[in-house]
Design a protein around this ligand. Structure first.
Ligand code: SF4
Length: 263
């Protein structure tokens, strides 16, 4: 896998449904143009939740008919669509297949709101569509040290790329927020520099996400010497609050309304 030019592997599949009911507060429907994710984050619990093989999860399944399905399902619906609730909608496959962009085109015609979560700068490509929609875009930052990212998110765009994309998004008037997490023991001692880097992008809202230690995931992370860090969560929260940013708990009650109201 190559960070600069994605070269697969992938599988092309057909989906029977585009939207599924969301269990995240404030999000009515979940939309995932891909299943599986080439970013390969060591803290990913999606394979465990979906009962998938962890290595197989890194091979994205390209749901090639998803925009067609979406256009059939969306007619009677209203509310908020969460894009990328289980995989990154702007992972490298999106550069080639543009399924997320096709779905945004469908949603923009319907006038529904979106909350997008990604580790990629590729969302900037869709600024033209996003700027005409009610939207919130969460860019995930787990660290600002590229070396740490290469170890923990080996297939994802580097944090430096993400931070630069956040700044560009703010400058272009997009409603972008920092999705800080999962906050792991890897950030110990770097909390201040991470907070400073995020603030320097110009975002005015962040969500803090604690590390979710599910059983199999916990074993893997333990082998890597990675654990949760409540101290770091609390430290970063106070630093963001002191700097005047809006701080929410990711996926907690009210988090989404708080973010969308800024769009
Ligand atoms: S970006 Fe999200 S879905 Fe993809 S591997 Fe990382 S944690 Fe899993």
């Amino acid at each position: 896998m190559n960070r600069d030019g994605w070269d697969g592997p992938y599988m092309v599949v057909e989906c029977r449904k585009a939207l599924s009911p969301s269990r995240l507060p404030g999000i009515d429907y979940a939309l995932n143009p891909y299943s599986g994710c080439s970013h390969g984050c060591v803290y990913c619990y999606a394979p465990e939740v979906t009962h998938s093989d962890w290595k197989g999860w890194r091979i994205p399944r390209v749901r090639q008919n998803i925009a067609t399905r979406l256009s059939k399902e969306i007619g009677p619906l209203n509310g908020v669509i969460g894009i990328g609730t289980s995989t990154d909608p702007y992972q490298y496959a999106e550069k080639r297949f543009e399924l997320t962009r096709q779905c945004l085109e469908v949603i923009s015609h319907k006038g529904m709101s979106v909350n997008i979560m990604t580790k990629s700068d590729l969302f900037l490509r869709d600024s033209d569509l996003l700027s005409g929609m009610r939207h919130a875009i969460g860019v995930t930052i787990t660290h600002i040290d590229d070396a740490v990212s290469k170890r923990t998110e080996p297939g994802a765009p580097l944090p430096s790329v993400r931070l630069s994309a956040m700044k560009d998004a703010v400058d272009n008037g997009l409603a972008v927020y920092g999705l800080i997490g999962p906050i792991m023991s890897t950030v110990k001692g770097s909390e201040e520099s991470i907070v400073e880097a995020v603030i320097s992008t110009g975002v005015t809202a962040v969500c803090l996400d604690r590390l979710n230690m599910r059983p199999l995931l916990g074993e893997r992370l333990q082998r890597m010497g990675i654990s949760t860090s409540d101290d770091s969560v609390n430290r970063m929260r106070s630093l963001f609050v002191a700097a005047g940013l809006d701080v929410a708990d990711a996926f907690g009650e009210g988090w989404h309304e708080q973010l969308l109201s800024r769009a």
